[in-house]
Ligand binder design. Structure first.
Ligand code: TXA
Ligand code: MG
Length: 315
């Protein structure tokens, strides 16, 4: 069931049920993060491997202090600057956090999301919400309640509808390793924004598999149709016999055959492109066509994170 009633969400979460929640990044598949059985049900619903840990969501730093043993000063500066917002921090966990949440790792991922409905919900709960993106494992993250309904509708008790996600890319994941600030996932907060607060950072965005952030497996965020990245006109030529769907940014290419075009932003606005990206990848999957062609965006601001998702989708 889809609706906007926070009380229905609370009632379900209190008895260990799964509820999809809106955030500014993507929709989450949430359950009581301190209840092992409830957390196990998240993994089952998503068909997600247990080695891929979950983020805990709360509405205040006080609540985070109940979950972690230490809070690095530099990470605290990031928290002060960007929470509520698209930032996830890796912090040493207290015993109260079940091992199933962290896949046995000593650190737990935490974040305060920036969405009015969900902040209202979190404020009324006395436990954190474990919530991965509300998509089947490996598929594109959902940026609307309908996206969740289509794929996981039967597996969740309630979908809290908070409209379209404002940012449209998952949170950026940041932690400390060997006393240096590391970025493990590019996301809704740009690397420039992070550097502005903590100075230099190390990018640990592995393209194969990353033990620190297993969700960063190379093939991820992937549509069902093959997706090719490169020069659009050349890609059209190479696939002239196929029905093509094109996802572009800025200027619309002039194809010689009939190609369905989805433009991420015809005003070259990177934030608009981020907001449209997952929606368009889903649309491209549903449209009549055999392959998707696209190109990389400028590597500024959220362009980095968009290109990261495109490369994984194309893998
Ligand atoms: O924007 C977001 O972060 C969304 C919304 C719902 O908050 N959530 C999200 O969750 O994208 P998920 O599970 O799809 O991606 C979380 C990533 C995974 O790659 C996971 O491996 C990593 O965070 N992660 C979680 N806990 C971790 C930990 N303790 N250590 C290292 N990586 C962790
Ligand atoms: Mg995910």
């Amino acid at each position: 069931m889809i609706g906007t009633d926070v009380n229905i969400a609370i009632d379900n979460l209190n008895i260990g049920n799964l509820v999809a929640i809106p955030t500014e990044t993507v929709y989450g598949l949430a359950a009581n993060g301190l209840n092992e059985t409830a957390v196990l049900n998240i993994f089952r619903a998503k068909e997600r491997p247990f080695f891929d840990p979950l983020i805990l969501h709360v509405n205040s730093i006080e609540k985070i202090n109940n979950l972690v043993t230490e809070f690095d000063e530099r990470l605290k500066k990031l928290a002060d600057a960007f929470w509520p917002g698209p930032l996830t921090l890796l912090l040493p966990k207290k015993d109260i956090v079940p091992d199933v949440v962290t896949s046995g790792l000593k650190q737990v991922a935490v974040r305060i999301p920036n969405h009015k409905l969900t902040l209202n919900l979190l404020e009324q709960l006395n436990f954190p919400l474990a919530a991965p993106s509300a998509n089947p494992f490996g598929y594109i993250s959902p940026t609307s309640a309908i996206h969740v309904e289509k794929q996981l509708g039967k597996k969740v008790s309630y979908i809290l509808d908070g409209g379209n996600c404002e940012i449209g890319l998952e949170s950026s994941i940041v932690g400390v390793e060997d006393n240096q600030i590391c970025v493990y996932r590019l996301g809704g907060l740009s690397v420039e924004q992070i550097k502005n607060v903590v100075g230099n950072v190390i990018l640990k965005i592995n393209t194969s598999s990353n033990p620190k952030s297993p969700g960063q497996l190379k093939s991820h965020y992937a549509p069902n149709k093959p997706l090719y990245i490169g020069d659009l006109l050349a890609l059209e030529q190479q696939n002239i016999t196929k029905k093509i769907i094109c996802i572009c940014f800025g200027n619309q290419p002039k194809f010689i055959t009939d190609v369905k075009v989805l433009n991420l932003s015809n005003t070259f606005n990177i934030n608009e492109a981020a907001k449209n990206l997952f929606k368009f990848l889903r649309e491209a999957d549903e449209l009549d066509g055999e392959i998707i062609i696209t190109h990389l965006l400028p590597n500024t601001g959220l362009g980095n994170a968009i290109n990261d998702r495109l490369k994984r989708a194309g893998a």
